[in-house]
Design a protein around this ligand. Structure first.
Ligand SMILES: O=C(O)c1ccccc1NCC(=O)[C@H](O)[C@H](O)COP(=O)(O)O
Length: 218
């Protein structure tokens, strides 16, 4: 562990939460473009927040099965550093988005069991990063951001040729153990630093960052 752990906080939608993320030295912030989500931002809200974001944090646009036109509409107005594809985009679609928009692409891949692991290898061949996340429960409204963890043992000895991020149900209480077990150097959190769906909690954010860096006893 240590301060070299890179942290992404997803689903931020207030200036205060973004300012706090910056003061904590968070590496990435996720802006969610998915209308069913309590963290959804419309394009003009996202633009205002992104223009106000202190330098030094990568602004990641999260979309779900978005068409080119929808991605283009975001990128025309919002200064974005990375695209996070969080739907059922195929490896071919990931390669296409990457080539078309010229931004790094992180593909979220849901894991529930060993049968899901080959997909990680397939996406690692085409994406700039992979987000190793919990698979959403059947019938869930959201394909991510559900606060569910998967069995970290499944990826305990696995490595990929691109940077990867651990996600899914991480909290201030479990993130240190998750990092120890998986060897992750990057972690992503949303629900685990909220007081209610979509509402980020300043104390939980601070405790999460400290725990991920091994600054607490967890
Ligand atoms: O956050 C959302 O509402 C969301 C909506 C649609 C697709 C993905 C979404 N979130 C993804 C994330 O917040 C994270 O990248 C990841 O799934 C971890 O979330 P959590 O388990 O809540 O920490």
């Amino acid at each position: 562990m240590g301060t070299d752990i890179r942290i992404k906080i997803c689903g931020l939608h207030t200036r205060a939460a973004i300012a706090q993320a910056a003061s904590l030295g968070v590496a990435y912030i996720g802006l969610v473009f998915f209308p069913k989500s309590p963290r959804h931002l419309d394009i003009e809200e996202a633009r205002a927040l992104a223009l106000d974001t202190p330098p030094g944090m990568a602004k990641v646009a999260l979309t779900v099965n978005a068409e080119d036109a929808a991605i283009e509409a975001i990128l025309n107005r919002v200064p974005i550093d990375m695209l996070q594809l969080h739907g059922a985009e195929t490896p071919g679609r990931v390669a296409e988005v990457r080539a078309r928009f010229g931004l790094p692409v992180m593909k979220a891949v849901g894991v529930a069991g060993a049968e899901d692991l080959p997909a990680l290898d397939a996406y690692a061949r085409v994406a700039d990063q992979i987000l190793v996340d919990a698979k959403p429960p059947k019938g869930a409204d959201l394909p991510g951001g559900n606060g569910l963890a998967f069995d970290w043992q499944l990826i305990a000895k696995r490595r990929w040729a691109v940077p990867w991020m651990l996600a899914g149900g991480l909290t201030p209480e479990n993130v240190a153990a998750a990092i120890r077990l998986t060897g992750a150097r990057q972690v992503d959190v949303s629900s685990g630093v909220e007081s209610a769906p979509g509402i980020k909690d300043a104390d939980k954010m601070a405790r999460f960052v400290a725990a991920a860096r091994g600054e607490t006893d967890a």
